[in-house]
Write a protein that binds this ligand. Sequence first.
Ligand code: SF4
Ligand code: SF4
Length: 413
Amino acid sequence: MNEFSLLIKPASADCNLNCEYCFYLKKCELYPERQRHRMSDDVLERLVQSYMETSQPLYSFGWQGGEPTLMGAEFFEKVVSLQKKYGKSGSSVGNGLQTNATLIDDRMAQLFGEYHFLLGCSLDGPPHIHDLYRRNLAGNPSYDMVLKGISALKRNKVEFNVLVLVSQANVKHAKEVYDYLIGQGYYFHQYIPCVEFDEKGNLLPFAITGEEWGDFLCDIYDQWYPKDTHTVSIRHFDSILTKLVDHTDNVCTMGRNCCQYFVVEYNGDIYPCDFFVEDPLKLGNIMEMSWEELLHSPVYREFGNQKSKWNKLCEQCEWLTLCNGDCLKHRVYGGHQPHHLSYLCSGLKVFFNHTQNGFDNLAGEITQKRRDEEQQAITNPADVPINQGRVGRNAPCPCGSGLKYKKCCGKTP
Ligand code: SF4
Ligand code: SF4
């Protein structure tokens, strides 16, 4: 069976915030029959059991929303106990959770810490930047609420990534955002471009252009490369290094096919991608179908194959092996077909050109370090780390790259 991971929406698109640029809030329209969407115990158990009956090098559960912490700590306690119940001896289980952090209290933080959940907290920069679009249902700023949740994580020594959505609020302020995150002691960053269109394919006011994305990434790189390559992890940059060193993709956007994971909605409905949760692409429901059937669904296969139907210009592009035509979401907007050139292409090229030498040097360093460590392990076998089953953030990645799990793909070779 093919490897796959899960992106689960236990509270569907429900959220306690109402961020202006959120693309998922409107997905509530898919399930208008209920105002409050919560995954039932039956769906949760079926989900965990059926997934853990498949053969995977790492059982990868990604909890997302909307806001997954609306489910409360009790839900995640059930998750962990079901994973223990259905996990075979020696199985590796990874839980990731993407959150706005505003509802995290000590009980939740303690649980996430104890079970090594990989947390991603959305924070777009200092208050005057963050609060521009990230507001609650009453229209009030959310920055202080986020910091309160992050304090609970810190008190309980839970590591987390900061996820920065790059929108018109911060795209011209890369250095300010980067310095702010470092000043706060946040060393794991993820930068995501906000690229949203109306139905006619016009860019929405808060979204960014390809040129802006390229300039932003170059500015972040220029802050990071001279001094922080060993202390600050930037997901996008780590993925480039993984690609250069191991020739594998640890993010779907850099791959050749979009059959990489499944989205599981609160009621067990399955879709192929977070950005394509829509009726025509509903693959089935986990209460009625097996993962084998879902994997072989013609709709899923056809969806996945679109990724490599890229533009003719991509064929001749020197960055094709790194970019693979970019994410479908940036190609099929406004009724365009998959062979439409990525909306971000111009910026991606600027970024790849600007950073090529630096990434090549870093890739060389990693390869050399790995060789040295292998040599040392042969000399002293007692130093070889043993995978204890559950992969912690700081444990060596099971793929054997020599990188920490949190900085690598989490896959077993
Ligand atoms: S459409 Fe984009 S986000 Fe979705 S699976 Fe493909 S590359 Fe990934
Ligand atoms: S940089 Fe542009 S042309 Fe090159 S592969 Fe990516 S999308 Fe295609």
